[in-house]
Design a protein around this ligand. Structure first.
Ligand code: 1HN
Length: 352
């Protein structure tokens, strides 16, 4: 086993510069950086974005940036360890806070990255995805799979805000990220049609048993249904085990998008949850309640609508404060890691 690798400074400078002139470098001085022993090198920092601090800035963006010139009015949550200009909360996950004001329309487009919306506040917002108009209610998860047309609108009378999550860093890193503009979509499905088809787990439209199956049969996962499922699961989960549900494709049981996974946790005061350390990076978003988080050795207290970045291989300890349950929504890149065969559940975290 080679433990001390040769350094760049150990080589004759003219040798190195001669190689560089031919666009070539020696591997061994940077081998350990590229492939560290035992644990990946991580620049991502455990980070918290407080909604109470960002909401006024988002409302200010509403005054500063008309929708016509912004297309999407978003403040991007950038991980300081990854640099503020690369639009990354984790190496693979983009998240931003998007504001739409009454009467506005964010125009139709489609793109190679896939996206979801997780609704934070306001009534009357909607997203139309692939010809289906989807109402946006606080806590709802709405899918925008890659290459499906989508636009947003607002028929209510107070600001509507949601969290966008995209696999943009991944697709951009592949130099495969681009979009095309479209026209206002004709509605080809009834309002909320996919939810009406898949309202009940385990019961599906009979015709869906005959191929070809729709790749994305369900576009909107209402929070009320997810919360009710968490309440039921809490009643049958042994104490000390996480009360944790996954959002899946109702036809196949697989993750609902190819690269990013979505799940929700129910936390109780005085019952800390330690999640196993995993190879996936993640973003946590507080749906209801408040509490504290320890990510590796960094501690945060969090409130409703706050958002937290979790690096790969990090220990995660979560605990609700107050007397009511706290609910946390999670985005991670586990689906992609599973597909390429690198997903690992490591030892339980040692966060305290
Ligand atoms: C996008 O298409 C939306 O459709 C929001 O609302 C944020 C960030 C980067 C690239 C595309 C949207 C986005 C985005």
């Amino acid at each position: 086993m080679s433990s001390s690798l040769g350094r760049l400074e150990d080589l004759p400078p003219q040798y190195v510069s001669g190689l560089r002139e031919r666009n070539v470098v020696p591997l061994w001085p940077s081998l350990r950086d590229a492939l560290p022993y035992d644990k990946p090198g991580r620049k991502t920092q455990p980070s918290l974005w407080r909604y109470s601090q960002l909401r006024p800035e988002l409302m200010r963006a509403g005054l500063l940036a008309p929708i016509e010139t912004a297309e999407r009015r978003v403040l991007v949550l950038c991980n300081p360890g990854l640099g503020l200009d690369t639009l990354r909360a984790t190496p693979t996950i983009y998240v931003g806070l998007q504001l739409i004001l009454p009467g506005e329309v964010a125009p139709t487009h489609r793109h190679t990255p896939c996206a979801v919306r997780f609704v934070i506040e306001g009534d009357g917002g909607y997203t139309t995805v692939g010809g289906e108009k989807l109402p946006m209610v606080k806590g709802d998860l709405i899918l925008t799979p890659s290459w499906l047309w989508h636009e947003h609108g607002h028929e209510g009378n107070a600001p509507v805000v949601w969290l966008d999550a995209l696999d943009l860093p991944l697709i951009h890193g592949m130099e495969a990220s681009y979009s095309v503009e479209g026209r206002a979509q004709p509605l080809t499905d009834p309002l909320n049609g996919s939810r009406l088809r898949y309202a009940q787990g385990g019961v599906v439209p009979y015709a869906s048993l005959t191929p070809p199956r729709a790749a994305y049969p369900l576009m909107r996962y209402p929070w009320a249904a997810v919360k009710a499922t968490l309440e039921g699961l809490a009643g049958v989960t042994p104490r000390g085990e996480p009360v944790h549900v996954a959002y899946v494709n109702p036809e196949t049981g697989a993750e609902c998008l190819p690269t990013l996974g979505f799940s929700a946790l129910r936390l109780m005061p005085r019952e800390p949850v330690v999640l196993p350390r995993r190879s996936a990076s993640a973003v946590l978003h507080v749906v209801e309640g408040e509490g504290s988080a320890v990510i590796d050795s960094t501690g945060f207290s969090f409130s409703e609508s706050d958002t937290i970045a979790v690096p790969t291989h990090a220990g995660v300890r979560l605990e609700a404060a107050g007397s009511a349950p706290t609910y946390v929504f999670m985005v991670d890149d586990a689906p992609l890691q599973r597909k390429i065969g690198i997903y690992q559940i490591l030892e339980p975290g040692d966060a305290r």
